[in-house]
Ligand binder design. Structure first.
Ligand code: PLP
Length: 353
């Protein structure tokens, strides 16, 4: 008798981006914030007491929910805290999707979605983006879908492109199941789907403290939805998904909006700078509303080879050997110094080819 379920035996697990031990590597492959978190977050971690470690943490991270509710201008019962945004995805799949239920997502987007679908033994509905040059648009079938769950990354990964609010509104209005709008990168974008959460009971936003707040090492994320939907997700959670240290750090970080906002401005400035520089070297890329760019390499170059050569030069970017992406590199926006090193290396490599 097999020891685990047949669908688990058949599926491939998620493969995370490389996390090299060597800290001298210029790491532009997993979209972390190149700047450290607010000094207040570090202080909060240093002030953790033995008593806080002895006791279980707040089961619903109440301190964070109140701070985040204040930042977003919503009530704290519209927030559910999780062990990274990824855990929110697991909860939504677990609560909404049974064996053979249809689950829809755009392609290319976050490669964890098909893995979570396979775990539930769900039926995948893949919606290929309509890509026209540097324009990435939803396919028309997204407006007449019948599925349990629809996942939309906005701004999208790996393209960095942004769907506008009226398009999202039309999608949510016409969809019978839950729409998860994955806003892991929203801090670098001009708009959020937050107004739609007030309007519709079938939408949930995913937020992450990993990107905008420089806390990827902490593992803290949250969902925003109407309390009726969150009450169902609460039932399928672990008892204490967020630890005391992460709650303290995340609360301090989200409270320090001035610090976080300053890092977002620096990243957006650097994003325009590297986008212009890459275009001048012959790369083609859509305008990004995120903290990375998706650059199609000039026709005389191979993206996979360029990835390897950058790696040899101690610069790590992301190469996806997947349909539609084999001629592209996804590059996280780094600090001014990291970006200068990347552009210098690319100038040499593109000229030598
Ligand atoms: C699109 C998207 N959603 C969600 C996440 C999850 O973020 P985390 O679990 O670090 O909060 C990521 C992380 O890379 C992501 O790219």
């Amino acid at each position: 008798m097999p020891l685990v379920r047949e669908n688990i035996i058949q599926m491939a697990g998620y493969v995370p981006g490389e996390q090299p031990g060597d800290i001298s590597v210029i790491k532009l492959n997993t979209n972390e914030n190149p700047y450290p978190p607010s000094p207040r977050a570090l202080e909060a971690v240093q002030q953790i007491t033995a008593e806080q470690l002895r006791r279980y943490p707040s089961p619903d991270a109440r301190m964070f929910r109140e701070a985040a509710a204040n930042v977003h201008g919503i009530s704290s019962d519209m927030i559910l805290c999780t062990n990274g945004g990824d855990e929110l995805l697991s909860l939504v799949f677990r609560a909404c999707v049974s064996h053979d239920d249809p689950v829809a997502f755009l392609d290319p987007s976050y490669s964890l979605y098909p893995v979570l679908g396979a775990m539930q033994d769900a039926k995948k509905i893949i919606l290929p983006y309509r890509i026209n040059g540097t324009q990435w648009e939803f396919p028309p079938e997204i407006f007449k879908l019948n599925a349990k769950l629809l996942l939309i990354v906005n701004p999208n990964a790996p393209s960095g492109t942004l769907a506008d609010l009226s398009t999202l509104d039309r999608v949510i209005r016409s969809f019978p199941g839950v729409v998860l709008v994955d806003e892991a990168y929203v801090d670098f974008a001009p708009t959020s789907a937050l107004p739609l959460v007030r309007k519709y009971a079938n939408v949930i936003l995913l937020r992450s403290m990993s990107k905008g707040y420089g806390l990827a090492g902490m593992r803290f994320g949250y969902g925003i939805a109407q309390p009726s939907l969150l009450a169902q997700l609460h039932k399928v959670r672990d008892s204490y998904p967020c630890d005391a240290v992460a709650i303290a750090a995340a609360t301090a970080a989200i409270t320090d909006q001035a610090y976080a906002g300053a890092t977002w401005e620096k990243i957006k400035y650097q994003r325009s700078h590297i986008s212009a520089a890459l275009r001048s070297m012959g790369f083609t890329l859509p305008d990004s509303y995120s903290n990375f760019v998706l650059a199609q390499v000039p026709a005389h170059l191979q993206a996979g080879e360029l990835y390897q050569r950058l790696k040899t030069a101690n610069i790590l970017v992301r190469y996806f050997n997947l349909p539609g992406l084999t001629d592209k590199l996804r590059i996280t926006v780094g600090t001014a110094e990291q970006n200068a090193a990347l552009l210098t290396a690319l100038k040499t490599l593109t000229a030598a080819a």
